[in-house]
Design a protein around this ligand. Structure first.
Ligand code: AMP
Length: 431
């Protein structure tokens, strides 16, 4: 593990030593197995250490979006009832406001950039290894669902392992790889898509970058010998723009992997030409990780699609009916034209929403996850995502719920009512 901004780096032996210390200190401060540790951090070593230490202790690692408003963070604190809340000094004002708004008070807080290093200087003994089965909750990721407010998706050890295996199989990712995931690690696409989860599982190297900057990323490829870059289509658009402006040597790359929003055909072909011929596209959700994968061998013929089902997954396009119960055997024709809803059955899926049985029952049915994404599939089962059943906007790979934006707009004294819709945008996907 190495940070892009400075000289700090960790071998696996050093990482284990610091994780043991941090887990020992969390335990000494009263965090018990099964309790949650919420952390609101930028990509960086402290994120990785906190995530690993929570897993080591048997606590539930709960990384949250650093762009949440204070009210949304307060909602997460009240939903997850963490024993500890760790945040970055740069987010101090919002985090403190969230603590004031929340009904639940974590037992303690720590601030990266202020007192976090004291946790690492601990001489507390490492806690016993966690005593939970593979279905015990390990990581909780908050995602905005159709109802708008962030809801927690419970992941377990089986999901952690199968998600790592998936990336290792599909890139493939090996111990001599060196990845940089350009997206926020609190997302499924950050932590799991070539981020800390598979990298640490296979014994490869991760370079952390606190804030995305296309010029810096391109410089880092040669400086650090990066083999995989991972990001949303918006990241790739900005990389391509920068590479055309000032070409860098990208010969060390074995691939650039994108996910989080549709990768259009023209864009995909352009990135092959400007960045690397080895472009990958994974389609998925916070709930189930990615479930279809487009690989370089599929190009250029299938550019614009999201590829085919991942090795361990069942993916189908169901005849999305407004009325009547969903039926996973009622599929649309594989004609590349008829639109239906993507449903997936995956060993990488969490199958529970925290404190939200109604949405859980709605989205998870008979072992299938109903994604709400509309797609076509062709005779060879290449899936192309065409939109969403609900009105969610995807901008730069981030989900934006019109209802949440309208709520903020409507608070303005000069606005009586508002309606928010997404517009196509070449850089952000939607605006
Ligand atoms: P999230 O749970 O925040 O990761 O958002 C998941 C949503 O992002 C999916 O339901 C899709 O609408 C969209 N998405 C993710 N990956 C892709 C992709 N490769 N192509 C098209 N849409 C995607």
């Amino acid at each position: 593990l190495a940070e892009a901004e400075g000289a700090r780096s960790w071998t696996y032996a050093e990482l284990w030593r610091d994780v043991e210390r941090l887990a020992g200190e969390l335990a000494a401060r009263g965090v018990r197995p099964g309790e949650t540790v919420v952390f609101q951090l930028f990509n960086g070593p402290e994120f990785a250490l906190t995530w690993l230490a929570a897993l080591r202790l048997g606590a539930v690692a709960t990384p949250i979006n650093f762009r949440l408003s204070a009210g949304e963070t307060a909602h997460v604190l009240d939903d997850s009832l963490p024993a500890a809340f760790i945040f970055d000094a740069e987010l101090g004002a919002q985090a403190r406001e969230a603590l004031a708004l929340a009904s639940h008070a974590p037992d303690w807080t720590a601030v990266v950039g202020e007192d976090f290093d004291a946790l690492l200087a601990s001489d507390a003994p490492p806690p016993p290894l966690p005593d939970r089965d593979i279905y015990g909750e390990t990581t909780r990721l908050y995602t905005s669902g159709t109802t708008g407010l962030p809801k927690g998706v419970s992941l377990n050890d089986a999901v952690e392992v199968m998600s790592a295996h998936d990336v290792i199989m599909h890139f493939p990712l090996a111990p001599d790889d060196r990845t940089l995931n350009m997206t926020p690690w609190f997302h499924r696409g950050g932590l799991y898509s070539g981020g800390p989860n598979p990298v640490f599982y296979v014994g490869a190297s991760a370079v952390s970058l606190r804030a995305f900057d296309p010029a810096r990323v391109l410089d880092l490829v040669a400086e650090r010998g990066l083999t995989f870059l991972v990001g949303a289509p918006t990241n790739l658009a900005m990389l391509a723009e920068e590479q055309r402006r000032a070409p860098r040597d990208l010969a060390s790359l074995r691939g650039i992997v994108t996910m989080g929003a549709p990768l259009e055909r023209e864009a995909c072909l352009l990135y092959q030409e400007v960045l690397t011929p080895r472009i990958f596209n994974g389609y998925g959700t916070t709930e189930a990780f990615w479930n279809t994968f487009l690989r370089p061998a599929d190009l250029p013929a299938h550019a614009g699609s999201a590829g085919r089902a991942c090795t361990d997954d069942d993916v189908a396009v169901e005849a999305a009916r407004e009325d009547g119960p969903a039926d996973p055997s009622d599929l649309v024709d594989r004609d590349g034209a008829t639109i239906g809803e993507v449903i997936v059955r995956s060993v990488k899926s969490g199958y529970a929403y925290v404190n939200n049985p109604a949405e859980q029952a709605q989205r998870f049915r008979d072992g299938w996850l109903y994604t709400g994404d509309l797609a076509t599939w062709d005779a060879d089962e290449y899936v192309t995502i065409v939109g969403r059943k609900d009105d969610m906007i995807i901008s730069g790979g981030e989900n934006v719920h019109p209802a949440q934006v309208e709520e903020v707009l409507n608070e303005h004294p000069g606005i009586r009512d508002s309606a928010v819709v997404g517009l196509p945008d070449p850089r952000w996907g939607e605006l």
